[in-house]
Ligand binder design. Structure first.
Ligand code: ZN
Length: 181
């Protein structure tokens, strides 16, 4: 009994470590997208969509560049993934996004039937994966979706913090973190 129990613990630990390595691998790619947004002068938020262990779509915030309120990182990635898979449903797809989704993006994630959402930084003011409200709550969701926050949280929050700090320093076109994206 003891041996079985200890094997099970080791197996669970290996599974946990494996999952953590994969989560960080994809979140690093989402962070690259966030940095791309920052280079464009956009609030740095990035997202990738993963299917069968491969990235099928990437997106970064381009609200200012495109002069379009819809151009959040998640929406852009979902748009590309739908075109790639040829349908509005994204079966077997996971999203990695550097910031907790807003109401619009949480709605799009639900509509696209994304199965797992991993986000980095929490958005206490308007995050819809539990911070402000939880749109992914089982009672509201008509399929099985899991959301996990805090994946590389420090790195994801730092990208945003650095961006707003440099904006304050430049004193040009200052936006508060509340006016993110
Ligand atoms: Zn959004």
């Amino acid at each position: 009994m003891r041996i079985t129990h200890s094997r099970s613990l080791v197996e669970r630990l290996l599974f946990y470590l494996g999952a953590k390595i994969m989560d960080e691998k994809f979140m690093k790619e989402a962070l690259k997208q966030a940095k791309k947004a920052a280079d464009l002068g956009e609030t740095p938020v990035g997202a990738v969509i993963v299917r069968d262990g491969k990235i099928i779509a990437r997106g970064c915030n381009k609200r200012e560049t495109k002069k379009n309120a819809l151009m959040h990182a998640e929406i852009s990635a979902i748009d590309k993934a739908c075109r790639k898979l040829g349908g509005w449903r994204l079966p077997g797809c996971d999203m990695y996004v550097t910031l907790e989704p807003c109401p619009m993006c949480a709605g799009a994630i639900l509509n696209a039937r994304i199965e797992n959402v991993y986000f980095g930084a929490y958005d206490k003011k308007s995050g819809c994966a539990g911070s402000a409200v939880n749109l992914f709550d089982k009672g509201l969701c008509n399929y099985s979706l899991t959301a996990q926050g805090g994946v590389m949280e420090h790195e994801c929050a730092a990208v945003l913090k650095d961006f707003f700090k440099s904006l304050r320093n430049s004193k040009k076109d200052y936006k508060t973190p509340e006016n993110r994206q």
